[in-house]
Design a binder for this molecule. Structure first.
Ligand code: PEP
Ligand code: MG
Length: 899
């Protein structure tokens, strides 16, 4: 197989093979844009290398051939002493990945060729500066030397020369620095910096391959759910120089503002510098519009190219470019990352500009982003009323409102957050070593770097609040504090609030309020209203489109009328799960206790008789709130002992009473009952349908309450649509028994209401079951004989398929499992498609074979999870049911699953 592609041979759809960077460099090359020539080593070569521990056969020859062609084209050889060709070696996986080795520039420079570069460029300072950069980058990323050693040496050199910035160092200073850097490399690694240019290149390529499996890269992939077996491509690109003097420079640009989506000139530019200077925040960058005054021709050319790229990619692009002595070169482009709000705005902006269709626009947003938009913001009245103590103002790099305790290193961030503290990670600037801390923190605050700094890019990718480049802050990580103007000092552990939408930093805790998107769903803010911003309008249009497209219906998990009203506002088309156990708590618990303790039929019936009107009233209110829409009522599910007092407490009480000699018969009986019902594995015990079959009259009472509530509503002119759902069924026989009982109850309620047509109509109540045990899924064909609908209880199904206790694992060993990459996300959060999903698929098929009109839904937590919704669509369910707040996410994703 072909392992190396020239830029002229690839295109943008080859990301799997050429990585994102390589595919897009090829695309730009073929668009006729000014891209320096080069070639890409494929991800396949990387996979082979990582698998076998050495370069695959043929790679060396192919690289040699492409290098020879590049040399031919450039008219000079790699590292040639009198006129060296220099190249950059740049990694580029399918998904951009901080934590991987990024770039080594100036490969090909050596003691022999540095003079040649000086002569050819006519700039000795430039040549030595390039060489010291090579040593620094190569030393750090390829040879593994601690980068601080180089930084410290550079700082020391600047100090010795009283130089303000690296630009003030002269050729001879840089020459001395090169010697120092070589000594650092030798001392730290025991090896000389390689003088042979091809050796430099080969080592750099290998380092890129290896960095795929670096710890931080793995961590990032787990976080972002990127598969571990993709590998990375490597790009070898002829160098162009942004550090050839003031008419050179380097920068980054966006075709739209990645925070708001607005069109304009966004980006940063740094004169007389190479690419890594911008991202590292070494010197402060200029806003891109200033390039127009520095070099109008290059600026105009850049604007022209940005127009071409946005038209071509039909989306926001971000760009890296370099200007070498007035000539513009494109070093990278890609469809740019953006904030959640910008994603929604841009999607409809592109529709309005006639660039994409509504279907495509829907593809450009997702439920995770929508969820982010529903997060709260800082209370504006509190802030504008002057109650919040603003201490600094930085760049609004990633929106959101974050409050937490100040921490100054990643380790503390992780430690504190594990113990339940909310923290804000504060750094001068971040680098890939900070990734753990960034994940743990509520928000990130830096004093250096722009919108394209590491902190900003990574935070946006993670949806974390970030303020960067707050230059007024003097961050002292060693002493764990920062100082703000006016002598304000924030120590580790002090509360700070950061606003990633405005860039403001506050001392102390600022209260947060609901987002406008939530107000929109709540109906308190209308999309067309004056105070509704563009974002609400965008959400409104995309939701409407998703609703028009989706096949899946959405229902809510709701137990009270209040939840039901909210659910309707959020778009619910019914209730998919009403958990009736919530109606048995509070003051009614005593009645349940009496029911459990009853010795005689009469006692039991008395207790049930008292519970009945209460249950009925619950349902009347619920059916009224959901009038005209289906309400699936699930009969009592949890183990009975949950309704009894705690066994230890009760034992102590009884023992104390006995010691006092006034033992009470009731307490003793209660204790005996608690003992009798105590189970060491209650989740696998007497619960669900088992309860209904063991406690006579319990389910009958609930069914009667449902039926009578329906009658009451129907007689009042309402349109109640109850459905009865039986939990934890494992075999069709259980369901048969409950069905017989239900038929009897319904028949008697019907008989009592024979006078009312509307009541009789509403008493045709469907009976169905949850599928939440493997046996139920495996025998779904039989169960469907008795069930008119299935609702997959994927919480219990996940628990029983994996054998994971859903109440314990997340706090126990899941962190270790996630860290080991056994799964990228908890199977209780996103459905395990391979395992649990295949049972669901099988049950769907078997159930429908028995009963073609079987209604199918899901009511586990997965019903509101974006990825899982797509699976439920594919597998052919009729609806998903989730908590009211997640309904918009489910609606959006159900629409996206179709387009
Ligand atoms: C389930 O198990 O998925 C379910 C919805 O029921 P519960 O969470 O109440 O056990
Ligand atoms: Mg369950």
């Amino acid at each position: 197989t072909k392992l190396v592609y020239d830029f002229t041979e690839g295109h943008k759809d080859l990301k799997d093979l050429l990585g994102g960077k390589g595919a897009n460099l090829a695309e730009m090359t073929n668009l006729g844009l000014p891209v320096p020539p080069g070639f890409t080593i494929t991800t396949e070569a990387c996979r082979a290398f990582l698998g076998e521990g050495e370069e695959p056969a043929g790679l060396r020859d192919e690289v040699s051939a492409h290098l020879a062609a590049l040399e031919e084209q450039m008219g000079k050889k790699l590292g040639q002493a009198d006129d060296p060709l220099l190249v950059s070696v740049r990694s580029g996986a399918k998904f951009s990945m901080p934590g991987m080795m990024d770039t080594v520039l100036n490969i090909g420079l050596s003691d022999a060729s540095v003079a040649g570069l000086a002569t050819q460029s006519g700039d000795e300072r430039f040549a030595w500066d390039s060489y010291r950069r090579l040593l620094q980058m190569f030393g750090r990323t390829v040879m593994g030397v601690d980068g601080d050693l180089f930084e410290d040496a550079l700082t020391a050199a600047k100090k010795a020369k009283k130089a303000k910035s690296d630009l003030d160092l002269k050729a001879k200073d840089l020459k001395a620095l090169v010697e120092t850097f070589k000594q650092i490399v030798l001392k730290e690694t025991g090896r000389e910096f390689p003088q042979d240019p091809r050796e430099q290149m080969d080592q750099a390529v290998r380092a890129v391959f290896d960095s795929w499996n670096g710890e931080r890269a793995r961590l990032y992939r787990r976080q972002e759910r990127i598969p571990h077996d993709l590998g990375t491509a490597v790009n070898i690109v002829a160098m162009v120089f942004g550090n050839l003097g003031p008419d050179s420079g380097t920068g980054v640009a966006f075709t739209r503002d990645p925070a708001t989506g607005h069109q304009g000139v966004y980006g940063d530019y740094l004169q007389n510098a190479q690419g890594e200077d911008v991202v590292a925040g070494i010197r402060n960058t200029l806003p891109l519009p200033e390039l127009e005054t520095i070099d109008k021709a290059s600026f105009d050319e850049l604007m022209r190219i940005m127009g071409i790229l946005e038209k071509h990619y039909r989306d926001l692009c971000d760009i890296e470019f370099t200007i070498e002595r007035g000539k513009l070169w494109m070093l990278q482009t890609r469809v740019g990352k953006r904030t959640a709000a910008a994603a929604f705005r841009i999607a409809v902006q592109l529709v309005d500009q006639g660039i994409v269709s509504m279907d495509e626009a829907l593809q450009r947003v997702n439920g995770v982003q929508l969820g982010r938009l529903m997060f709260p913001r800082f209370d504006e009245e509190y802030v504008s009323g002057g109650h919040a103590a603003r201490i600094a103002w930085g760049i609004a790099a990633s929106p959101g409102a974050a409050v937490g305790k100040a921490v100054f290193d990643s380790y503390t961030a992780v430690k504190w957050s594990r113990s339940g503290e909310k923290v804000i990670l504060i750094r001068r600037e971040t680098n890939p070593d900070d990734l753990n801390g960034m994940i743990a923190a509520e928000g990130i605050l830096t004093s250096r770097g722009g919108k394209t700094s590491h902190a900003a890019v990574v935070a946006r990718g993670m949806g974390k609040t970030c303020v960067c480049g707050a230059e007024e802050l003097d961050v002292d990580t060693k002493r764990r504090r920062f100082t703000a103007p006016g002598g304000v000092v924030i120590e580790e552990g002090d509360l700070v609030s950061i606003d990633g939408s405005s860039g403001h930093v506050y001392k102390g805790e600022v209260p947060v309020v609901a987002s406008p998107v939530v107000e929109y769903f709540e109906g308190t803010l209308h999309a067309g209203a004056d105070d509704a911003d563009e974002l609400v309008g965008a959400v409104h249009r995309l939701m409407a489109h998703a609703d028009g497209k989706r096949r899946l219906r959405v229902r809510a998990n709701a137990d009270t009328a209040e939840d039901a009203f909210r659910a309707r506002r959020y778009g619910a088309q019914g209730i998919g799960l009403c958990r009736t156990e919530h109606m048995f708590l509070g003051e009614r618990r005593e009645l349940v206790e009496r029911l459990i303790l009853a010795d005689s039929e009469t006692e039991r019936e008395e207790a049930l008789g008292e519970l009945l009107p209460m249950q009925k009233q619950d349902f009347v209110r619920l059916f009224e709130a959901m009038d005209g829409l289906p309400v699936t009522v699930r009969l009592l599910d949890p183990p009975l002992h949950e309704f009894l007092p705690d066994i230890t407490e009760l034992s102590v009480r009884v023992a104390l009473a006995e010691a006092r000699g006034d033992s009470q018969e009731n307490e003793l009986r209660l204790l005996q009952a608690v003992h009798k019902l105590h189970e060491s594995n209650p989740m696998l015990g007497l619960r669900g349908v088992r309860l209904g079959l063991v406690i006579p009259g319990l389910f009958a009472m609930q069914i009667r309450a449902i039926a009578e509530a329906a009658v009451e509503r129907a007689r009042a002119g309402g349109d109640p649509r109850p459905e009865i759902m039986i939990p934890l069924v494992g075999t069709v026989q259980e369901l048969q028994l409950v069905r017989d009982e239900a038929e009897q109850v319904l028949a008697s309620v019907r008989a009592a209401n024979a006078d009312s047509k509307s009541a009789l109509k509403r008493l045709r109540i469907k009976l169905g079951t949850m599928i939440e045990l493997p046996r139920a899924a495996l025998t779904a064909g039989q169960i469907a004989e008795e069930a008119e609908f299935f609702s997959f209880g994927t919480n219990d199904l996940t628990q029983t398929v994996w054998g994971f206790s859903r109440d314990d694992v997340e706090a126990s060993f899941f962190t270790a499992y996630l860290e080991k990459g056994i799964f990228g996300v908890s199977p209780f959060e996103t459905l395990d498609v391979d395992g649990v999903g295949s049972l669901v698929a099988r049950a769907v098929e078997d159930g429908r074979r028995t009963r073609p009109d079987l209604k199918l839904g899901v009511c586990g937590e997965h019903g509101g999870d974006p990825d899982s919704v797509h699976f439920f669509h594919q597998v052919g369910l009729d609806y998903v049911s989730c908590s009211p707040f997640r309904l918009p996410i489910a609606r959006l994703e159900a629409g996206r699953a179709v387009v």
